[in-house]
Design a binder for this molecule. Structure first.
Ligand SMILES: Nc1ncnc2c1ncn2[C@@H]1O[C@H](COP(=O)(O)OP(=O)(O)O)[C@@H](O)[C@H]1O
Ligand SMILES: [Mg+2]
Length: 257
């Protein structure tokens, strides 16, 4: 009897043997992972691990990398192809907002840049303001916002055109716990809508709470990939938290940086 073969769907994003160096500094050494549609995928590692460099290669900001990227199984060249970049939304580590404009004006400006027009733009802005919890403050200038509100607006802008893949680089840097919870709620709402998100952080609690699967990075390498509980199993300490897993796998503490 033959077993029927199930055609397996390719991953949304495949990162294969990704390598990168900045002049003297090797930043990525054959990084491998796959991201499935609908998941929040975490890149967890201390400062200098290579998270931002990985995001920058995937986002099309850096082009001179080794290895290959694929999107739904087809070659993906975001540095060269603006068509490929349209699949992406990028929320950079540094805020990219016009402080003298209101939230609504920022959303109008950035929405225009990604090709949203008239009715579509109006609707996208309304849902973005709801997502960011900024409906009431939409017409106030950004310079009057708290750090957490600016972060939420940054996120709202990055996802405005409903990208297939949303890339967030350390979105909670410098954010107080309450604003962090707001941001997590917004991300969880996006996940419920079936969006796919890459989330980098050096906070293991964030990765543990938010991410469906996590790649642990250290010194330019991905040293393990899986759910938090799979990672603990792989490290031979079932049930352990990610801090202990990192220590077990690297001999160093995540907090050492
Ligand atoms: N513009 C740059 N020029 C030279 N070295 C860099 C630059 N950006 C990052 N690096 C180095 O590359 C490595 C990876 O950095 P990065 O990707 O920023 O890590 P992370 O985001 O995990 O903190 C580190 O050793 C860092 O010092
Ligand atoms: Mg970084």
């Amino acid at each position: 009897m033959t077993t029927p073969t199930v055609a397996s769907t390719p991953a949304l994003l495949t990162v294969k043997n990704l390598s990168f160096r900045y002049k003297q500094q090797v930043a990525l050494r054959e990084v491998n992972f796959e991201i499935d549609s609908g998941e929040i995928f975490g890149l967890l590692g201390p400062n200098g691990a290579g998270k931002t460099t990985t995001i920058s290669c995937v986002a099309g900001l850096l082009g001179q990398y080794g290895g290959e990227l694929a999107f739904r199984g087809s070659s993906f060249r975001p540095f060269e192809s603006s068509g490929d970049r349209q699949h992406l939304g990028v929320v950079p580590q540094d805020l990219a907002l016009y402080e003298d404009l209101t939230a609504r004006e920022n959303l109008e400006f950035f929405g225009g840049l990604v090709g949203l027009r008239a009715g579509d733009l109006g609707q996208a802005i309304q849902s973005a303001l709801i997502l960011a919890g900024l409906v009431e403050r939409a017409d106030d200038r950004v310079k009057t916002y708290s750090g957490g509100m600016k972060r939420r607006l940054n996120l709202a802008i990055g996802q405005l055109h409903r990208p297939d893949l949303l890339l967030l680089d350390e979105p909670t840097a410098g954010v107080d716990p309450q604003s962090r919870n707001h941001l997590f709620e917004a991300l969880e709402r996006l996940r419920q809508e079936g969006r796919t998100i890459v989330y980098t952080t050096h906070y293991m609690e964030e990765a543990q709470r938010l991410c469906d699967r996590i790649a642990i990075m250290d010194r330019g390498r991905v040293i393990a990939v899986g759910t938090a509980s799979q990672l603990a199993d792989q490290a031979g300490i079932p049930g352990a938290d990610l801090e202990r897993v990192f220590l077990e796998l690297t001999g160093r503490s995540l907090r050492d940086g």
